[in-house]
Design a protein around this ligand. Structure first.
Ligand code: ADP
Ligand code: MG
Length: 680
């Protein structure tokens, strides 16, 4: 949104409008409507076409329609000594009578009077007599108001206890009349080609002249939101480029060469290509800000490791952050096995666990002639004030839950280290530009060769015995399996946990003598590590887990993934879970189990059976469930949009990006002296 100064008339409190006393003001505040500006952007929930009303006789069964007439009778019936009641009123037009009923809302009676003219909107549930239960109604008073509430597309704003849509409509109208003139074009007088001006958009949002206008209005207001956001993103990026110098971290290959020659595999062309981009960044004039995308299992870790080596070679320390402790421990072990032979110390620091050599003064190692350290930890690592003086590179693994601002806060510790962000979920482009608009993007677009195939099946619970039989036979053949249950939610933590515990006990019997481990979020770090260790060392053949294993775990010998109640997961999340298998040379099998009753969900799951392409799956998930769900609701890092819709506004986001860049260019040429010394 454009920044509004305190003198902006749009910041006038709603109390200044006609008919808003302290009580109204408090009610409006409950809808977050405090200023005239808030009111102007209060987006209608829907529109009602009151240009033509249905005659009562024309109403069809089960249809939702608006009709209109005068109240000719009303009354309340009580049942069971007054504990249940139905209030009924009859509206009449020249073609017939419509019965409106409200159950157990006796106070409704006080709202109406016989003789009033009423607009009724609702679903016709009966034709003999014509009846609508719990309709929305609006009393039409006085001629003056007819122009506002009738004979047009009428907005129905989100309302609240005591505030009717009708009142809000009137208030918005008033706000528009008195303050419409204060709405300016935020990005220059020329406006936006092809879209209405901002004030016209606001007018049409509330009072569209014809249908279709409100969508154009929405687009314009969405574009303004996106431009505001892109300005912030790009401004931050430009500031970084003009104020912060890049630390020289491209290395000299003295550790890289032995590292690569010891690896049990050769980097793929895709990995090598990306690495070249990263090396250029890390030796560049400005701090690297790069997003590394690549489907699950494409081998992002080893690329990150190469970056770490470059930084270490250059004399800088590295922080490697993961979203969970389990993953921190796994990556710590991987990096340790790769780095310790080279003499690079690898530390682990997590919130709950500091038993590992948590060397608080790694510079001592430097003085002693040793190499700078790589420290692995959760996000708590940086938030807890971990900030070694020679931090050269921050790697954030498997994260898509931090917004731009948080991300910048994470690395703004003294000097500006290079930043490499790796995403687990392939991000559809609208989200990418919104969440990662400040980052350059590299993509690893191919999986290592010699990967086995993953076959995905969708099954009902009835097939479970066969599924377990299959798991037994795979285990007998020396392979391993995951069995996943939906995340244990806060709400049903107790029952959810119990379910996993029970399933675990049951599977121990069913699959005996194969050994079945259990992993869930309620275990402490040591317990988790013990279980993961046992699975990695093949002392456990089967791992029963909550979706805690969704991110990053890497056990190549695991080739079977059974996901129960799969319909409760999003597609992108299922794709992540499936990414835990298919990591070795052998073929793998993923079995999605969902109840028969959830036909729709099973159809959704078929998408997974059909494609392995994470981008297609993420795109489908975005369309089906929206960005919040795709990213993990509460911490998605997405700003709240009133008008923007990331599932369908790609064009607008791209347009906003271009406009924001232009605006910033203009800003820079206007400011004398700015950017006259390139590279500073
Ligand atoms: P992700 O991109 O999902 O983080 P990982 O980095 O965990 O994937 O890599 C998945 C597996 O692939 C690991 O076991 C890793 O050692 C292996 N791997 C990575 N690069 C290659 C390669 N070039 N050739 C063969 N295997 C590889
Ligand atoms: Mg990974």
């Amino acid at each position: 949104m454009p920044v509004q100064e305190t003198t902006d008339p749009l910041n006038t409190p709603v109390a200044m409008l006609r008919g808003v006393g302290p009580e109204r003001q408090a009610q409006l505040a409950r809808l977050d409507l405090r200023t005239v500006g808030d009111l102007l952007l209060h987006r209608p929930r829907r529109y009602e076409d009151r240009r033509t009303f249905r005659k009562v006789r024309e109403l069809a069964l089960h249809e939702t329609a608006a009709t209109r007439g005068h109240i000719v009778a009303m009354g309340t019936k009580r049942y069971r000594r007054g504990s249940r009641s139905v209030f009924e009123l009859i509206v009449e037009d020249e073609t017939g009578r419509l019965h409106c009923r409200w159950w157990n809302l006796p106070f409704m009676e006080e709202r109406f009077q016989v003789g009033q003219e009423l607009v009724v909107f609702g679903r016709v549930r009966d034709l003999k007599p014509v009846t609508i239960d719990h309709p929305e109604t609006e009393i039409i008073e006085g001629d003056e108001e007819r122009s506002l509430h009738l004979h047009r597309l009428v907005p129905v704003h989100p309302a609240t206890e005591g505030l009717t849509p009708r009142y809000l409509r009137w208030l918005v109208w008033q706000a528009l009349e008195r303050f419409g003139g204060a709405v300016v074009e935020p990005w220059g007088d020329a406006g936006i080609a092809g879209l209405p001006s901002r004030i016209d958009a606001i007018r049409a949002l509330h009072f569209p002249g014809e249908s279709g206008e409100e969508e154009q209005a929405r687009k314009r207001l969405a574009l303004d939101e996106f431009i505001g956001l892109q300005l912030g993103i790009q401004r931050r990026r430009r500031n970084l480029q003009s104020n912060a110098a890049g630390l020289p971290c491209s290395g000299d290959n003295r550790l890289m060469r032995p590292f690569l020659s010891r690896l049990p595999f050769k980097l793929t062309d895709a990995q090598t290509q990306v690495l070249r981009e990263l090396r250029r960044d890390m030796g560049g004039a400005h701090p690297m800000r790069r997003l590394l995308q690549g489907d699950v299992g494409c081998g992002k870790t080893v690329v990150a490791a190469c970056c770490a080596i470059m930084a270490v070679e250059s004399g800088y320390e590295v922080a490697y952050m993961t979203p969970t402790e389990v993953l921190a421990r796994q990556q710590w072990q991987t990096l340790k096995s790769w780095f310790e032979p080279l003499g690079i110390p690898v530390h682990l620091r997590t919130g709950s666990l500091k038993t590992e050599p948590a060397d608080d003064t790694p510079t001592e190692a430097l003085r002693g002639g040793g190499l700078p350290a790589v420290t692995v930890g959760t996000h708590a690592l940086i938030e807890s004030g971990f900030a070694p003086p020679r931090l050269g590179l921050v790697i954030i693994d498997e994260q898509h839950k931090f917004g731009v601002v948080q991300r910048e806060a994470l690395v703004r510790k003294g000097r500006y280290p290079h930043l490499l962000v790796m995403t687990a979920t392939p991000i559809p482009r609208t989200l990418g530009l919104t969440l990662y608009g400040d980052l350059d993007v590299s993509v690893i677009d191919a999986l290592p060769a010699e990967r086995g195939r993953i076959t995905t099946h969708v099954r009902t619970e009835a097939s479970l015995p066969k599924v377990w039989e299959f798991v037994r036979s795979e285990a007998a053949a020396g392979r391993q399996a995951y069995v996943v249950y939906p995340r244990v939610e806060e709400a049903d933590l107790q029952t959810g946990l119990k379910a996993v515990l029970q399933e675990h006990a049951r599977l121990e019997q069913t699959l005996s003598p194969h050994r079945v481990g259990l992993l869930h979020g309620r275990l402490d770090a040591v317990e988790k590590e013990a279980v993961m260790g046992a699975f990695r060392d093949r002392r456990l053949q089967v791992l029963v887990a909550t979706s805690i294993i969704e991110v990053g775990l890497d056990v190549p010998n695991a080739t079977v993934m059974v996901i129960e109640n799969a319909d409760r997961f999003g597609l992108a999340q299922l794709h992540q879970l499936r990414g835990r298998i298919g990591r070795g040379k052998g073929d793998s099998t993923c079995i999605l189990v969902a109840g028969v009753r959830t036909q729709e969900a099973r159809a959704r799951l078929k998408v997974l059976a059909e494609t392995q392409d994470g981008f297609r799956i993420a795109e489908a998930d975005l369309q089906l469930r929206g960005p919040g769900e795709l990213l993990g609701q509460s911490q998605s890092g997405l700003p709240p949009f009133r008008f923007g819709d990331l599932a369908r506004d790609l064009k607008l986001v791209e347009q906003a990006r271009g406009i924001a860049a232009q605006l910033l260019d203009q800003e820079e040429t206007k400011r004398p002296g700015a950017r006259c010394t390139p590279g500073r």
